[in-house]
Design a protein around this ligand. Structure first.
Ligand SMILES: Cc1cc2nc3c(=O)[nH]c(=O)nc-3n(C[C@H](O)[C@H](O)[C@H](O)COP(=O)(O)OP(=O)(O)OC[C@H]3O[C@@H](n4cnc5c(N)ncnc54)[C@H](O)[C@@H]3O)c2cc1C
Length: 292
């Protein structure tokens, strides 16, 4: 319920405004003196390969959205696959402030000859810059500047050979891009070396279980960045340091997906129910909040 003007009385309040409301929630929490910290972000690319390269995993093992978690050999960074879209399409995703990245989806009634997925590396920062969102935005800005406000597209073979992709080179490739509103370019000009290496090493590891995924024709779209809201300090029932005030979902930085968001709603609801149960006086005492 949106209530800019009115006052509502309640025994307990649950705030779950989602990513779109995270800025508002952070402002409220600052005003109320609730502790918060920055969450890590994930930076990487949208990878596009022929359906055949992933067919054995997706259809052979019946795993529609396979998740691979890897540690890269050079930097020991955590890299993972996410949001696999069989026979799907790569799409532009607005990040706000005129910035665009790549994302993907599959359609129920139509398909493409390609499968796409996100390959992303986890970035956490410590002092003096803890603001991972600012870091991700700077990377997105640079990619958008180089791409003329379009996502960059590069063949893996061109990235390996330290050269820019062009439409001419792409036309000689085995994989036809499903998103053409892009600028062929050089991801190495945009991403820090560490992230570019994480991507190539991640693809080489994936190639061992899905031969062909790291072929020179594999297409990489950048940027693909998963931003996450700040993590609001709570106890294990998702109650903040403000008595009777609970948070849940992506906007509070306690979940990163639809199932997790629903689960945090249940956790908070159970906390409220426990707190408001008659006779459970102990539950009514405010508990100190900490970051789980
Ligand atoms: C394009 C896209 C694709 C996605 N694909 C996947 C996927 O494949 N798998 C997956 O797990 N997750 C996916 N997600 C993420 C998933 O949608 C979220 O993780 C989930 O919806 C978070 O739930 P939530 O309840 O925290 O927030 P939301 O679902 O965003 O709900 C918050 C609600 O609060 C409302 N609100 C905000 N501020 C106010 C206010 N001031 N007053 C009143 N109402 C307000 C919002 O309008 C919204 O309805 C995707 C998200 C996007 C954008």
């Amino acid at each position: 319920m949106a209530c800019d003007q009115e006052t509502f009385n309640a025994d307990a309040i649950l705030l779950a405004p989602g990513r779109i409301g995270s800025g508002w929630l952070i402002d409220r929490m600052r005003t109320l003196g609730v502790a918060m910290r920055h969450n890590p972000i994930d930076v990487g690319v949208r990878v596009e390969v022929p359906n055949e390269a992933m067919d054995r995993i997706i259809h052979g093992y019946g795993c529609w959205d396979p998740k691979f978690h890897m540690q890269t050999p050079s930097y020991d960074d955590f890299v993972r696959t996410f949001c696999v879209c069989p026979a799907g399409f790569v799409v532009r995703e607005p990040y706000g402030d005129g910035l665009f990245g790549a994302n993907g989806h599959s359609m129920r009634d139509t398909g493409s000859p390609n499968t796409n997925f996100a390959l992303i590396t986890r970035v956490s920062l410590t002092q003096p810059l803890e603001n991972t969102t600012e870091y991700g935005q700077r990377i997105a800005q640079l990619a958008n500047t180089l791409g003329g406000h379009r996502p960059l597209l590069q063949r893996l073979g061109d990235l390996r050979r330290h050269r820019r992709s062009t439409w001419d080179r792409l036309s000689r490739s085995h994989v036809e891009p499903t998103l053409r509103d892009v600028t062929p370019g050089d991801i190495a000009m945009t991403y820090p070396r560490r992230i570019a290496m994480d991507i190539t090493e991640g693809l080489e590891m994936l190639d061992r279980v899905m031969p062909g995924v790291a072929s020179d024709s594999t297409l990489l779209y950048a940027p693909e960045i998963k931003f996450y809201a700040m993590r609001i300090a709570t106890d294990t029932s998702l109650r903040t340091s403000v008595p009777n005030l609970y948070v849940a979902g992506d906007g509070a930085g306690v979940s990163r997906g639809i199932v997790g968001a629903a689960a945090t709603g249940l956790v908070a609801a159970a906390g409220i129910q426990g707190q408001l149960t008659p006779g459970a006086e102990d539950n009514l005492k405010p508990r100190s909040a900490h970051i789980c």
